[in-house]
Design a protein around this ligand. Structure first.
Ligand code: FAD
Length: 352
């Protein structure tokens, strides 16, 4: 028997869709991704989604005063605990940590009867119903409707030092992290020269003492209107012909400086700052769709109707960052997850 609905992905969009479809008695199956395989991880599988990569989520409604100490102590080895837990200091910010929030969402979906399998979808056949989904272990699943919630991954430069300081000053999301105490009234650095980079830099000037943009060439790639925004903002400084060589810091303070290389002279300089924001794009996790769903020019799934989560294939819906290159927030992903569930429910009511 085909499933009523299969949800692909285990971020906020996937779990919101699961909670709604489970409560609608659709008995959903979530294929949450297989985080144990390096190959799968490189293609975008992050068990529990992107939020599981951050310890500080301050903007997801419902968690005003969280102290996540107890959870962190139970989940992490002593040496990996944040400095404020190790030193028994007050939690620097409010909210909830990402892995805990995602575990709660997963648990909530499970409590309503969602079935979960830790598998990656590697192939789909959407040519006719029931739709067929093949997972990395060659198992084939059939479904009357599908919700794709496979998210996107932020692009990083790939330096080991960048990796070391993720969550300790290195971020790929100004809206998510810019207001954190560690960045307030401190100099920050943004890598990237497109519209998003200027937008992120502008946003960061609300909190930072100054924001420096690193640009490899002698011009900004951003549109003229965005360039003007950068030039007009007295807190934004632009360094041309410059690339990031290394992220510097220590375990206690996180990022303390960025080593910058001038590509014309090869000269190195250490620029003291507290944060590095990467704004070099995102990669949506759509490779497994292999052309069967219409994507926009940036590779994101194209919603076909305003305020609906329909794709070009009837019965296949998309939710979250995989179809949203604009908002890219947990709350908006969860919102479209809810919408996709309601769209699928109505679709199944008419098409069985
Ligand atoms: P994701 O969270 O990306 O989840 C996608 C899921 O799909 C993953 O579980 C993945 O394993 C799975 N998947 C991918 N491919 C396959 C496949 N082929 N088969 C099966 N499963 C697959 N937002 C905020 O609102 N507040 C914040 O503070 C915040 N901080 C952030 C910090 C960091 C470091 C990052 C990277 C992002 C942050 N964001 C924050 C953004 C937020 O995490 C995303 O907007 C949100 O997670 C998107 O949810 P999603 O469900 O669409 O996708």
């Amino acid at each position: 028997m085909p499933e009523n609905v299969i949800i692909i992905g285990s971020g906020p969009a996937g779990w919101a869709a699961a909670i709604y479809t489970a409560r609608a008695n659709l008995n959903p199956l979530v294929l949450e991704g297989d985080g144990t395989s390096e190959k799968n991880r490189q293609q975008g599988t992050i068990p529990l989604g992107q939020l599981s990569l951050t310890l500080e989520v301050e903007n997801y409604p419902g968690f005003p005063n969280g102290d996540t100490r107890a959870y962190l102590k139970s989940a992490l080895p002593e040496e990996a605990l944040p400095y404020w837990v190790q030193a028994n200091k007050p939690q620097p910010s409010h909210g909830i940590n990402g892995p805990e929030l995602m575990e709660l969402m997963r648990q909530q979906a499970k409590n309503f009867g969602t079935r979960i399998e830790s598998k990656d979808v590697v192939k789909v056949d959407f040519s006719k119903r029931p739709f067929k989904l093949t997972t990395h272990d060659d198992q084939v699943y059939e479904a009357q409707s599908v919700i794709i919630a496979t998210g996107a991954r932020a692009n990083y430069l790939g330096l080991p030092s960048e990796d070391r300081f993720k969550n300790r000053g290195v971020s790929a999301c100004a809206v998510c992290d810019g207001a954190l105490p560690r960045f307030r009234n401190k100099p920050l650095l943004v890598v990237g020269g497109g519209d998003t980079a200027v937008e992120e830099a502008n946003y960061l000037t609300k909190f930072a003492s100054e924001v420096t943009m690193l640009i490899r060439r002698d011009v900004l790639r951003a549109s003229k209107i965005m360039q003007k925004r950068a030039f007009d903002n007295p807190k934004i400084k632009i360094r041309y012909h410059s690339v990031l060589e290394e992220v510097l810091g220590d375990d206690k303070n996180g990022v303390t400086a960025i080593r910058i290389k001038n590509v014309q002279t090869n000269a190195l300089e250490d620029y003291a700052c507290s944060g590095l924001f990467l704004a070099i794009g995102h990669t949506p996790n759509t490779g497994f769709l292999d052309g069967q769903i219409t994507l926009n020019p940036q590779g994101y799934i194209q919603w076909t109707t305003v305020a609906r989560t329909y794709t070009n294939v009837e019965g296949v819906f998309a939710a979250g960052d995989v179809a949203d290159d604009y908002y890219r927030q947990a709350i908006s992903a969860a919102g479209t997850g809810c919408m996709a569930a309601l769209d699928a429910e109505r679709y199944l009511a008419h098409h069985g």
